[in-house]
Design a protein around this ligand. Structure first.
Ligand SMILES: Nc1nc2c(c(=O)[nH]1)N[C@@H](CN(C=O)c1ccc(C(=O)N[C@@H](CCC(=O)O)C(=O)O)cc1)CN2
Length: 288
């Protein structure tokens, strides 16, 4: 068997083309979606992701403001900056790139973002709404993963989904979204005993552990759908996922590559959330 490769970059391009058309139409109605991206510090990967977000905004026609600040900023200054964007009517989405420098509390920063502008879907209000299945901004990577599985044509309902990883950004929310799609969900993590015996039960395996090529064919059931969320450098300096691509592709039925798999969907779902936020703000203004 050789798995079908789910090229997230191609799916992302399709969604971005549709968003571009939608934004053109919104602008004709006087709605101009706007996103503020705040990047603190000098982490090279974060700088590259933020550049990707800026470029995607430009391509789709979303107005963007990108604030790059060195790590000398205080938490209070950052919170003030967020509050200004909360009040700014030209900005519909606010994103603070993670991780933050150690002296700044991630929790305090996320809590400061108005839930209506939380296009990352990280605030407690949006997380709570996601949990109970209310309309809300879904976190971008988990939402992108669900979209990739759905567009591959593979059913989620009734399947056993195993998620490896329990981060707030990926593991926990993707487990919740799979549950909402009626999968039976198991969450495994660094303290899980006999990981392979659990992952081998998975019809859908989502891997978000942050360890280069840790999951190999021994961990995967024949015919499973395998989604690789990792972005790592291997010993040779090559960009690889958490999944050993060459061995797993011989066992899985569907597999996402790294790069060009889940990653491009993260930025694309952010664009979608920003457009949705602008539409919601326009509706609210009209109702007043
Ligand atoms: N505020 C947020 N911070 C972070 C998030 C997030 O969703 N919101 N997610 C990640 C980083 N991230 C987006 O911010 C992100 C990660 C990976 C990619 C991507 O396109 N990866 C490429 C490879 C990139 C490379 O060459 O290094 C791929 O997989 O093809 C985009 C965005 C943490 N922080």
């Amino acid at each position: 068997m050789s798995a079908h490769i789910i090229v997230g970059a191609e799916v992302a391009s399709e969604i971005r083309a549709a968003l571009k058309e939608e934004v053109e139409q919104l602008k004709e109605q006087g709605i101009h979606p706007g996103l503020a991206v705040i990047l603190i510090g000098d982490d090279p990967a974060s700088h590259s992701y933020v550049k990707g977000k800026e470029k995607a905004c430009h391509e789709i026609g979303i107005y963007s403001e990108v604030i790059r600040h060195d790590a000398s900023i205080t938490q209070e200054e950052l919170l003030r900056m967020i509050e200004e964007y909360n009040q700014n009517p030209n900005i519909h989405g606010i994103l603070v790139q993670l991780p933050l420098p150690k002296h700044i509390s991630e929790k305090a920063v996320i809590d400061a973002i108005s839930p209506e502008k939380d296009v990352d879907g990280f605030t407690p209000v949006n997380v709570g709404n996601m949990l109970i299945g209310n309309d809300c901004y879904l976190p971008c990577t988990p939402h992108g993963i669900i979209e990739l599985i759905k567009r591959s044509g593979q059913p989620i309902e009734g399947k056993h989904a195993v998620v490896i990883g329990r981060s707030n950004i990926v593991g926990k929310p993707v487990a919740m979204l799979l549950l909402q799609e009626n999968a039976t969900v198991t969450v495994a993590h660094s303290r899980t005993k006999d990981l392979a015996s659990i992952t081998r039960q998975a019809d859908i395996l989502v891997v978000a552990v942050g360890r280069a090529e840790m999951i190999n064919a021994e961990h995967v059931k024949v015919g499973a759908v395998v989604i690789d969320v990792g972005v790592n450098r291997n010993e040779a300096g090559k960009l690889v996922g958490d999944v050993h691509f060459d061995s797993v592709k011989e066992v899985a039925s569907y597999l996402t590559p790294v790069p060009r798999g889940v990653g491009p969907m993260t930025i694309t779902m952010l664009m979608k959330n920003t457009v949705d936020a602008a539409k919601k703000a326009a509706r609210v203004a009209q109702e007043k």
